[in-house]
Design a protein around this ligand. Structure first.
Ligand SMILES: NC(=O)c1ccc[n+]([C@@H]2O[C@H](COP(=O)([O-])OP(=O)(O)OC[C@H]3O[C@@H](n4cnc5c(N)ncnc54)[C@H](OP(=O)(O)O)[C@@H]3O)[C@@H](O)[C@H]2O)c1
Length: 345
């Protein structure tokens, strides 16, 4: 709750303080495809107003940055009439009863879609239709709260709902792989890429990784990658599955890297979404292309248990106070990260 600057004692004697109902938040105020930071605003924002009694308010302790937040500022996946909107898909915090929780980012109907709200055609992610997590408080349906394991810090738990959940589903639900298979991860430094390395290794896969940067390739090895390669370079043998989030810049290499009958699991297209499809290669080698988005609330709960069981912890590149969020956005836009950027309150 912020107190208005006009409410100080110097404005008339015995005047009751004027309390403005508001909180600190990081919002997308306008869309700028070429200069995403131009639309970023830090400051007061109204408190969350839950739409009905099935929603609850969570006090945010930590929130993590995703490329999704940069896309929003660029106007991808959102229209100007939704602005201003609080950014942020991911958070960990405390609910009104004092429980430590992880906030599931997908707002949708699971019951009508086999328990998977990502298949609800009307689903949205936090910060698309409803205010997101880069704020003191966030409102979500009660169902979207997942208990935070005590062994995970708030910062670690805040990495899970988007990047780690996406990587978990790519590896364990969409790849069709058995432990021991070889996975190629395109890109090393991103939130999803580092999650794929950590979770893939813990799941018993042989994890190969590409990166444009020699330094990031070295760090990928430290994180658990079995072999690393310069982006686009020839591999010693073909792989079972490619994990693709880069898109245009790596698509052709991903197709060439696969053994006959292999599979690409695709969750993103950071460098562009319209590469040549190379259909001849797809049918001649009987390749599968499988799309995936986020994960279900139940998968998020299992991911939290997976981290508890394996001892794996998210790779955090840097922690910043939410008031310094702009520096985190700038690092992600420049590609100067290895792991997750976490904002704390
Ligand atoms: N479908 C979903 O539910 C879902 C969920 C999460 C993320 N995503 C999408 O997945 C993508 C990655 O998200 P993120 O949060 O991990 O983003 P990020 O942290 O910004 O990561 C970007 C990654 O892309 C690689 N990269 C970027 N440009 C490249 C290029 N020209 N050539 C080769 N590699 C390049 C980087 O690799 P190096 O710097 O190591 O080379 C890095 O690993 C985004 O497009 C995001 O929107 C989708």
């Amino acid at each position: 709750m912020a107190q208005s600057a006009l409410s100080g004692p110097w404005f008339g004697r015995k005047r009751a303080p004027v309390i403005v109902s508001g909180m600190f938040a990081v919002t997308a105020a306008r869309i700028s495809p070429q200069d995403p930071l131009a639309g970023l605003r830090l400051g007061d924002h109204p408190d969350p107003s839950p739409p009905d009694s099935s929603w609850v308010t969570v006090t945010v302790k930590a929130a993590s940055l995703n490329h999704h937040d940069v896309w929003t500022l660029r106007g991808v996946g959102i229209s100007a009439d939704r602005l201003p909107i609080v950014l942020g898909c991911d958070a960990a915090g405390v609910d009104a009863d004092g429980n430590e929780v992880i906030v599931h980012a997908v707002i949708g109907d699971a019951a009508g879609h086999g328990g998977d709200e990502t298949l609800d055609p009307r689903r949205s992610l936090l910060s698309e239709r409803y205010d997101g997590t880069f704020a003191d408080k966030v409102a979500v349906p009660r169902r979207n709260l997942v208990p935070k394991p005590a062994s995970l810090s708030f910062a670690e738990a805040a990495c899970l709902p988007t990047a780690y959940l996406t990587a978990y589903r790519m590896l364990f639900a969409k790849s069709g792989l058995e432990p021991g298979a070889t996975v190629l991860v395109q890109g090393a430094g991103g939130g999803v890429a580092t999650a794929l390395i950590l979770l893939g290794r813990a799941g018993g896969f042989r994890v190969w990784v590409t990166s444009r940067s020699e330094e990031k390739r070295a760090r990928a090895l430290e994180l658990g990658a079995d072999q690393v390669f310069e982006s686009g370079s020839r591999l010693p043998e073909r792989v079972d599955v490619v994990m693709e989030t880069v898109g245009e810049a790596t698509w052709s290499h991903s197709l060439k890297a696969l053994r006959p009958g292999g599979r690409i699991v695709i969750a993103g297209a950071t460098s562009g979404a319209a590469p040549p499809a190379e259909l001849n290669r797809v049918f001649f080698l009987q390749l599968s292309v499988v799309g995936t988005t986020m994960g279900s609330r139940d998968q998020l709960a299992r991911l939290a248990t997976f981290l508890e069981q394996t001892g794996v912890r998210p790779r955090i590149d840097r922690r910043l106070p939410l008031t310094e969020a702009e520096a985190g956005f700038a690092a992600m836009i420049s590609g100067d990260i290895f792991g997750k950027v976490v904002f704390t309150r």
